[in-house]
Design a protein around this ligand. Sequence first.
Ligand SMILES: [Zn+2]
Length: 307
Amino acid sequence: MVIIKYGSGGSFTHMSRSTRDALAGGFANVISFDLEHWYTATLLRDEVDDPIDRIETSVEIVLDVLDEHETAATFFVVGDVAREYPELIERVADAGHEIASHGQTHTPLFELTPEAFTEELDASADAIETAIGRRPTGFRAPNFSVTPRTRWAFDALLETGYRYDSSVFPVKTPMYGVNGAPVSPYWVDRRRPFIDASPSDTDDLFELPLAVFHPRVRIPTAGGFYGRILPRWLLSRGISNLNRRGIPATIYFHPWEFNPEVRVDGVPAHKRFISFHGLDRAREKLGELLAAHEFTTCKRVMELYDH
Ligand SMILES: [Zn+2]
C-alpha cells in the first residue's frame, strides 16, 4: 500500500530519495507500546492498594494482534518490569519487536534530577541487556516528560549511549506537551532541542515526536486515552494527514489497555474514565489500525532518515 504522496515543502525535504521511497514502500508509521505495570500510571498510582498484575496476559493480547498483521513494534519497557519478567521481554524480542527503555521506575523526569535520570537510563539499559542480551538504543519518558523544563534529558541520553528519544508531545495538554515542537521526526541539536535542526548542526540523537491530528490542528491522536476515546476513522484521518505530508505518525498504546480485566472499582469517576474508557473495543481498534496503515519500529524509521 502506498500511503505517502509527495508534494512540495514539508519535512521530507530532509530525507533522501531512498528514504522517501522506503517510506512509500510501506515503512511509514511507528507503532509503540509502553510496557509498565498498569497501576503505576500517574492517575492510578495513589488509588490502587493491592493490584493484580496482568502484565503477561496483556502482552500476549498485543503480540497476537501484531502477529495477525505481521507488524513489528517498539516496546518501551520499564527496567523494573524487565527485571521481574525477563522471559516475557525475551519473548517479545524473539517475536521480532524492538525493546527500548521506558525508564527504570516509571518516574516522570519532572520528579528526577539529571543525575537520577542518568542512573535510570543506565539501570534500565542493564535490565534490558540482562533479559535480551543487548542494550536499548531508544527511550520514551514516562508521561512524555521531556519538555523545556527537562531539556537536560538530551545530554543524559547521549552520555548513556542512547540514539533516539520518543517523548516530545508537540501539543500542550494538561499533563505534558511542548507547544510548537516539530510534528515530524528530526535530528536533535541540543542547544535548541525542540526545533527541527535537520540536517545540519545536530547531535547524534534522533527524536520521534508523538502524532497529532494535523500539523496545524494539533489535537493529540497518538494513542493512550486519546486513542481509546476517539473513533478509529478519526485516528486514521490523523495518520493520513501526516503521511500525505511525508511525516510518519508515531502511535503509542499500553498493553494493559487491551485487557479489560485490569479495570478496578474504587477509583474516582474521572480517573476511572480516563484510565479505563474504551478498553472493550481497543483490541478490535488496534487490528483495524494495523490493517489500514503500515507500521514499523522507531529504530527502523530512524535508520530511514539520513544524518
Ligand atoms: Zn508509561
